[in-house]
Ligand binder design. Sequence first.
Ligand code: GLN
Length: 266
Amino acid sequence: MNSEQLELTIGWLYPTLMSTYGDRGNVICLQQRTQRRGIRVNVIPLDQQTPAEQFYKVDIFMGGGAQDRQQEIVMRDLQGSKANALQEKIEGGTPGVFTCGSPQLLGHYYEPALGKRIQGLGLLDLVSKHPGVDARRCIGNVVFEITASPLAQDLKAMLGKNPVVIGFENHGGRTYLGNVEPLAQVVKGYGNNGEDGTEGAFYRNAIATYSHGPLLPKNPFLADWLIQTALKQKYHIPVSLEPLDDTLATKARVAMFQRLSLTNLS
Ligand code: GLN
C-alpha cells in the first residue's frame, strides 16, 4: 500500500469548549505530520452538533483542556450514546491524546473548585479533585519520562533513548490514579497531583496528560507514535514513517532543557 492510499481521521473533541492553553497546536502538529508523509487526513469536530455515529469514524482522538464550567457542559452532552461510542473506540485501541480537563472527564469524577461534583465517564480508573479557590494552581513547564508499557518501549526503539517529554501544565485539579498505569514519572513540575511523582495515565492506546498544546510540537515522536499506531489499527500493516526535519523542535527542546537546568536530558 502506498501512502496516497492511506487516510486518517482526527476527531477533535469540543474544539470551542475544550481548547485551553494552546491545545489547538497539538491538532495542527498531528495534521501536518500526517500530511507531510503523503497520507490524507481529515479533522472532524466532535461537539454538541455531532451525532454519536461520527465517533466511530475516528482514527485518532484529540481532547483538550477546559475550564470547570465548560467541562460540565461537555459532560452533559457526552452522556449516553456518545460516551458509549468513545468507550468502544478507546477499548478497541484507537489512539488519542486527552489533555488536562479531558482526562478529568474520562475518570470517575471531577470535583470543581466551586459547585457540585461532575460525574465522569469512568473509562479511566482515576479521580480528580480541586482543593478550592484559594489553593495554588499547578502552573509551569513540566518535564516527565514516559514509563507506561508498551508505549515507553515503542518510543525507546524510535529514539534510541529513554523518552523524555517537555510540556506545559496549568491546572487546579489534582488527579489520583486507581488501577491504571501512570503515563510517566515527573522530572520537573507537578504532574497529576504534585505529591506522588506520577504524570498522566495510559490505557490501551489512550494518552492522558496534564501537558497542554506544546506536547506534540515539542515532542514530535509522540505525534509519530499516534500516526503509526492509528495506521496499524486501521490497515493492519506495519508502518514506518519517513523522518521529517525536526531541527526547530530539537532547538526548542535544547533551549527548554537549558532553562530548566536539565541539560543532561537533551
Ligand atoms: N478545570 C480543570 C482544572 O483546573 C482543567 C483545567 C485545564 O484543562 N486547563 O484542573
